[in-house]
Design a protein around this ligand. Structure first.
Ligand code: AMP
Length: 319
């Protein structure tokens, strides 16, 4: 693993000398060899000369934004990027401005050393590890409004969340300037928000959406799963199971309001759970659907607390 030193803030720096002396950096610029160690970068100033070099070599750059505590779901995104782009950058940044719950932010899992080993093994080229000061030299006054897209579900239950997501993703796009960025279908509403962001601000970036990775028993992988007790882990299956059950009921001809009632009762009967929403929506506009039609695209989205841990999941019905 190679770290570009950024520890001399305020002193006269000679970063170029350090960069040129790093043999792995030099090799990285001439070939894409998965055996090369991953290179850690912390600031846009470190990344800019590397970016320019890759651009001059006509390399395409893939970006996988994450908050760390990596699991196989993240790795699916990484794999896709390695497949599609010449160079893969994974960012790890737990973005404070997208947490509406400070306890959730404080307790967000941090497994940085394991993450770096996983990424190195996966053949990632660069890991971008910015500090809070690098991302937010000052807190932005800007407020993004995604209209109806953020008035429901995650937007409704996590006020300010998508504003934080939109701003941090915009900054990552500006800093890394990728050709392609990879996001998980697990966060379906986030995908719709990022598509709108890219469209409305004309980011010249292609978006690639990767399907949700699940455990064998159906639980969607999430960094927050690490915080579940063994009993809560078992209870958390109610999310994926209720999605599958609702899908079967809908396709079997039951009306949505009845399906919803049945699922709400299931959650009420499970002591440690608290349902926030269970909704049938159009997967791009997030318009709520009351009357299911096999002619119209639809997905079911769910959010619930299992104990203190808030989990989300979704399932396409008509993709
Ligand atoms: P996070 O670290 O939770 O912000 O997630 C980083 C990226 O990984 C986001 O685009 C997520 O949608 C994606 N992701 C998280 N969990 C999964 C999963 N189980 N399957 C596929 N992608 C996922």
């Amino acid at each position: 693993m190679n770290v570009i030193n950024n520890g001399n803030k305020g002193k006269k720096k000679k970063p170029k000398t350090i960069v040129i002396l790093d043999i792995n950096l030099v090799l990285r610029q001439f070939s894409r060899n998965p055996a090369l160690p991953v290179i850690l970068i912390h600031t846009p100033a470190e990344w800019n000369p590397l970016w320019l070099n890759h651009l001059q070599k006509n390399h395409t750059i893939g970006l996988v934004p994450t908050m760390g505590a990596l699991h196989q779901g993240h790795l699916d995104l990484v794999k896709k990027s390695i497949e599609k782009a010449d160079i893969t950058v994974v960012s790890i940044f737990v973005n404070p401005t997208q947490f509406n719950n400070q306890d959730d932010f404080a307790k967000y899992p941090n497994t940085l050393q394991a993450d770096l080993q996983i990424l190195e093994k996966a053949g990632v080229d660069y890991v971008f590890l910015p500090s809070v000061e690098t991302i937010y030299p000052s807190l932005p006054n800007l407020k993004l409004d995604f209209g109806d897209l953020e008035r429901v579900l995650e937007g409704e239950f996590r006020p300010g969340h998508f504003n934080g997501v939109g701003i941090v993703v915009s900054k990552l796009f500006h800093f890394i300037r990728p050709h392609i960025a990879f996001f998980g279908q697990k966060d379906l509403q986030q995908v719709a928000i990022i598509k709108r962001l890219v469209n409305d601000l004309s980011f010249p970036i292609e978006l690639e959406v990767v399907p949700t990775r699940r455990e064998k028993d159906g639980l969607a992988l999430s960094s927050r799963n690490m915080r579940l007790s063994p009993e809560e882990r078992q209870n958390a299956l109610i999310l994926s199971r209720s999605l599958e059950k609702a899908k079967a009921r809908l396709l079997g001809g039951k009306v949505w309001s009845e399906v919803q009632k049945e699922i709400m009762a299931d959650f009420e009967n499970l002591e440690s759970s608290k349902l926030e929403y269970f909704a049938l929506v159009h997967p791009e506009t997030f318009e709520l659907i009351q009357n299911f039609s096999p002619e119209e695209k639809s997905s079911i989205c769910v959010a619930a607390f299992i104990g203190e841990i808030r989990l989300i999941d979704n399932l396409p019905i008509i993709p």
